[in-house]
Every structure is written in structure tokens, then in C-alpha cells.
Write a new protein. Structure first.
Length: 205
């Protein structure tokens, strides 16, 4: 396999503090893990796809597992930051806040499907400490939704009987999107975003 057969542009969100070489490594690893599964891909496979020797990979990461952890961190931090920023820009109305955060959540899964697939499929390959770190970030993202729903309940806007479970259900909405959506799908990104937001509002109303 050579680097040319891998379409890696745009797999990672912008604004990451990565050198060009390290970003390319992460993109190729992300695509290979997505195609073959983490356990089926070796450091040699990644190096071959990059047109490099395996020793060159270890200049950037100490191990394949650490590479997986770095990608999982990028995915979960980017997701959390998207929700946080959407919430901060949404104003004080819980309806607007829920619209904004659900839109951010779903858009991340639509815009970065390879990253979303990795963060939802491969976490069990992490060490216990790595896994706990990732789940901690995921819990912060979930708490944003819980807080929005609870605020809406206190204000009489939402009528959720269990904000925690509703937040879990809303979070699950976007998870399967990377498994089926492509630009050729019968629904556009904007149609999906609108439909999922409306479903989330119905759930808590």
C-alpha cells in the first residue's frame, strides 16, 4: 500500500498544533485503522503507506497504541470543544442551546467520519489509564447536554423526566452516521442536521 491510495485530506479538524509530517502520519493511521481495524494494522503498514521506514514513525510516537490514544484524544477534545463553543454562542435560551449543541454534535460525526468511527470502535484497545482519560472527556461532553436539559426543565421549557437518559439518547443520534452517510446519500448534511435537532427537541418536550 502506498500513500497515494489513501485519501487523507480533511480527516482531522483544523487548528491542531501538529507539524505537517505528524499530521500526515495521523491522517494515514486514522484512515488505515478505519479501513482495517486497529489490531490489523502494524507500524510497518503505516510506514509503507507513508513511503517511509518504520523507524521514522517512532520519531513522532513511541508506539502504535500511543498513536491510537493521540487520535482518540484529538477526536474527543475536538468534539467537546465544538459543543462548548456552540453552547457559548447560543445565548441563554435552552431551546437555542440544545439546537446549537445537537447541531455541533451531529456535524462533527458528519464532517469527520473516520475520526468518529475510530473514537467509537477502537477505545477498548487503550490501556485502562488511557481509556479512563478518554471517558473523562466524553463525560464532560455529555454533561453539557445534561446541563442544558436540566436548565430547560427548571425554566419550564423542557419536560424531561430524566435529563441524563435523554442526554444519552441525544448523544447516540449521531454515532451511526459515519457508518452510512456519504455525499451520495439521499439526505444532505443540512437535512440530517435539521431532522436530528427536531428529534432532540421532541425528546425533551
Amino acid at each position: 500500500m502506498t500513500a497515494e491510495v489513501l485519501a487523507t485530506e480533511g480527516l482531522l479538524p483544523p487548528g491542531l498544533d501538529l507539524s505537517a509530517a505528524k499530521r500526515k502520519l495521523y491522517e494515514v493511521a486514522l484512515e488505515l485503522f478505519g479501513q482495517e481495524g486497529y489490531h490489523a494494522v502494524s507500524i510497518r503498514d503505516i510506514a509503507t503507506a507513508l513511503g517511509q521506514q518504520p523507524s521514522a514513525i517512532y520519531f513522532h510516537v513511541p508506539s502504535k497504541q500511543e498513536l491510537l490514544y493521540d487520535l482518540a484524544l484529538i477526536g474527543h477534545r475536538s468534539h467537546f470543544e465544538s459543543l462548548r463553543d456552540a453552547l457559548m454562542d447560543a445565548g441563554s435560551d435552552p431551546v437555542d442551546q440544545l439546537r446549537a449543541t445537537v447541531t455541533a454534535h451531529v456535524r462533527v460525526h458528519l464532517d469527520y467520519p473516520s475520526m468518529a468511527r475510530l473514537t467509537n470502535r477502537e477505545l477498548r484497545a487503550l490501556t485502562p489509564d488511557q481509556y479512563a482519560s478518554i471517558i473523562g472527556i466524553r463525560s464532560q461532553s455529555e454533561q453539557i447536554s445534561v446541563d442544558v436539559i436540566e436548565r430547560g426543565v427548571r425554566m419550564g421549557v423542557f419536560h424531561s423526566t430524566d435529563p441524563y437518559l435523554d442526554a444519552k439518547a441525544i448523544g447516540a443520534m449521531g454515532v451511526r452516521l459515519p457508518e452510512w452517510w456519504t455525499p451520495e446519500a439521499p439526505r444532505t448534511k443540512e437535512q440530517i442536521l435539521e431532522h436530528y435537532v427536531e428529534n432532540a427537541l421532541k425528546l425533551v418536550s
